[in-house]
Design a protein around this ligand. Structure first.
Ligand SMILES: Cc1ncc(C[n+]2csc(CCOP(=O)(O)OP(=O)(O)O)c2C)c(N)n1
Length: 654
């Protein structure tokens, strides 16, 4: 039997469906999402919650003329499916396939790209301001979750929107959850609105009103009145609702799984003037019993059985970096009661939930609020606590100024474990943690280090906690290398790299390969294979520190070999290799050839980490080619990625 979904190529077709057909379509959308995400992973629970909301928005509004601005975009799979991307949906998050988030270059229905939280209201308000300046008439709708509403930007935008009084609709998709349980006073407040009998009665009254309007459509009735009287007619007075006090018309809460009612409410909201906030209550994971039961686990799962939800786990894998970090922190915090753990709504993702379990009173989830997390940590450090603010590399970008202004300027001892540093894979261009080395190492007082494996991560965390001043410790997404784990913690010397080749070989070496973080393993492999395959003697180094650099060793190797290759899982510009280039330049070593292997001046697309590393030359094969080209020009093997994406390898001959 043909699915209704297979007949939907654009949202205009949704408007012709009967209520029964819309119900059927909602079931089909859920099934398509459950089956697709089961194959390789993705966002599940958030998307199962937004099916009816998506249908109602596209029916009530005239998209893409009217603009839907989804916050984050991880809940927009139903939107993708009804806006002409059904045929490509199974390619989601794969190289060359559609993105797991929204992108303006992917569809005219994606009014604004994202993946970092709390941007939608600002962007929507900007579009509304542009509309008015240009004398246009489209409607602008931001759709934001109760989690994303905890972010400072969302609150800044509400502050601005309440004052500007532009026609703007904010749909608050309230499912009572962030990834974990949502946190914060605003969240508690929204809970009160949901539970308050008064509002429930109002909601019921509104439902009754809708039923009794001519033609069942309140919008029609509203159109016959002035916008102002319509507002009064629907909601005579809601003083006490924070958003009303801030200049918004607040409607709701409404059932976010009742398509018909939402269509009516959204049409009505479209007739009103000024900023409107509509609260809809949705259920995360709706329609998949396993996701309903554990929406946190199924927020963004890996592959699973689409019927039972059983995760496809590979046994015997090395531990994940995030778990090694959290276990080490728990161990260290037992000895040192000044250690506190801070997360910005990523308790599971950083594994800081282990710390929460062990030391609930020293654990803080501040919400999706990285900027606040950093300055909150600074405050703790002022009072002689040792804050460990575990923030993904990509989200740390949010707190650039807080790290400079509140931490570095005052040289406060805050440790920043930056998980998901480097290429993260399928989440794509907005989520790769590839800028951190550059923006962290430029800050005075900051130290930046990265482990070669999971065992070294333990020692680095310990080292960072023993130091003074700010320390940024970056490590990758996923599993470690499976190395033996030492139980004792070791303090590593600051600014000292680890020579992986016997010291005696330096004088014969033709080249030194300096790996940083998870690029140390391929650097070492390349050095070993170059010796075996080409009789090239290359020294391999675990750089450990991007700041301070091991200047003594790097200069010694530069003078001895005249040829350096640096490798890092991050932007070549501003990264570790650039630091080495700056050093050679500053010391006048102009006769040293330096090749910096890192990411070029582009946003890396989505795809598996392995494929992306191949594509961008972050492999032992490409390192070998680069070394061969330097020391035996014209003899390299023609390794298929020897011509990685333009600009990957930056040559500096000094
Ligand atoms: C700045 C930033 N920090 C952290 C995240 C990670 N993150 C992705 S979704 C999410 C929860 C969002 O909750 P909510 O807005 O309520 O949407 P829901 O998933 O509940 O539908 C978080 C914390 C992010 N995307 N952006």
């Amino acid at each position: 039997m043909t699915r209704i979904l297979d007949t939907i190529d654009s949202p205009a077709q949704l408007k012709k469906l009967t209520p029964a057909q819309l119900t059927e379509l909602a079931t089909e959308l859920r099934q398509e999402i459950i089956e697709t995400v089961a194959l390789r992973g993705g966002h599940l629970a958030p998307n199962l919650g937004t099916v009816e909301l998506t249908l109602a928005l596209h029916i009530a509004f005239d998209t893409p003329y009217d603009k839907l601005v989804w916050d984050i975009g991880h809940q927009a799979y139903p939107h993708k499916l009804v806006t002409g991307r059904r045929d490509r949906f199974r390619t989601i998050k794969q190289l060359g396939g559609i993105s797991g988030y929204l992108r303006r270059d992917e569809s005219e229905y994606d009014a604004f790209g994202a993946s970092h939280a709390s941007t939608s209201i600002s962007a929507a308000l900007g579009m509304a301001a542009a509309r008015d300046l240009q004398g246009k008439h489209y409607k602008v709708v931001a759709i934001i979750g109760d989690g994303a509403l905890t972010g400072g930007m969302a609150l800044e935008a509400i502050n601005n929107a309440g004052a500007m009084q532009k026609d703007l609709i904010i749909v608050l998709n309230d499912n009572d959850k962030s990834i974990s349980d949502n946190v914060g006073a605003l969240h508690a407040y929204l809970g009160k609105i949901r539970a308050d009998k008064h509002y429930r009665q109002l909601r019921e009254a509104l439902g009754h009103t809708l039923d009794h309007m001519p033609g069942g459509s309140l919008a029609k009735g509203v159109a016959e009145r002035s916008a102002r009287s319509a507002k009064e007619f629907v909601l005579p007075s809601r003083s006490g609702v924070i958003f009303e006090e801030l200049g918004f018309t607040f409607l709701g809460p409404f059932d976010g799984h009742d398509t018909q009612q939402m269509v009516d409410v959204f049409r009505m909201a479209g007739e009103l003037h000024g900023p409107i906030m509509v609260q809809v209550i949705t259920q995360k994971g709706r329609g998949a019993s396993f996701a309903e039961a554990d929406p946190t686990k199924f927020h963004g799962p890996g592959a699973y059985d689409p019927v039972t939800g059983e995760m496809k786990k590979k046994s015997g894998e090395p531990p994940k970096y995030q778990d090694v970090f959290a276990d080490a922190l728990v161990e260290l915090a037992e000895r040192d009661r000044t250690i506190v753990g801070i997360t910005a709504a990523m308790a599971e993702g950083t594994s800081l939930n282990k710390f929460q379990k062990a030391y609930p009173d020293r654990y803080f989830d501040v919400g999706i609020a990285e900027q606040h997390a950093v300055t909150f940590a600074a405050g703790l450090a002022c009072e002689h606590m040792k804050p460990v603010a575990a923030i993904y590399s990509t989200f740390m970008q949010r707190a650039f100024d807080q790290v400079i202004h509140d931490v570095c300027v005052q040289n406060l001892h805050v440790v920043f474990p930056m998980d998901r540093a480097g290429i993260v894979g399928e989440d794509g261009h907005t989520q790769h943690g590839v800028f951190d080395v550059g923006f962290m190492r430029m800050m005075p007082n900051m130290k930046v280090l990265a482990p070669k494996d999971e065992n070294e991560l333990r020692h680095m965390l310990y080292t960072a906690l023993c130091l003074d001043g700010p320390v940024a410790l970056r490590y990758p997404r996923g599993n470690g290398l499976g190395v033996e784990m030492e139980t004792e913690f070791k303090k590593l010397p600051v600014g000292k790299a680890e020579l992986l080749t016997p010291e005696a070989e330096i004088k014969h070496a033709e080249c030194a390969i300096l790996g940083f973080g998870n690029m140390v393993a391929p650097a070492l492999q390349a050095a070993q294979e170059l010796a075996a395959e080409d009789n090239i003697c290359a020294v391999a180094v675990n750089a450990r520190w991007a700041k301070p650099l091991d200047e003594e060793l790097i200069l010694r190797l530069a003078r001895a070999t005249k040829t350096l290759v640096t490798v890092e899982d991050g932007m070549a510009a501003t990264g570790f290799g650039s630091a080495v280039a700056e050093l050679l330049h500053a010391r006048g070593l102009h006769d040293v050839r330096l090749k910096v292997i890192g990411l070029p001046d582009t946003f890396v697309e989505h795809g598996t980490p392995a494929i992306l590393r191949e594509l961008y030359g972050l492999t032992s094969g490409h390192i070998k080619d680069v070394v061969r080209e330097l020391v035996r020009p014209g003899t390299h093997s023609g390794y298929p990625v020897s011509k990685p994406a333009k600009g990957t390898t930056k040559e500096t001959t000094r």
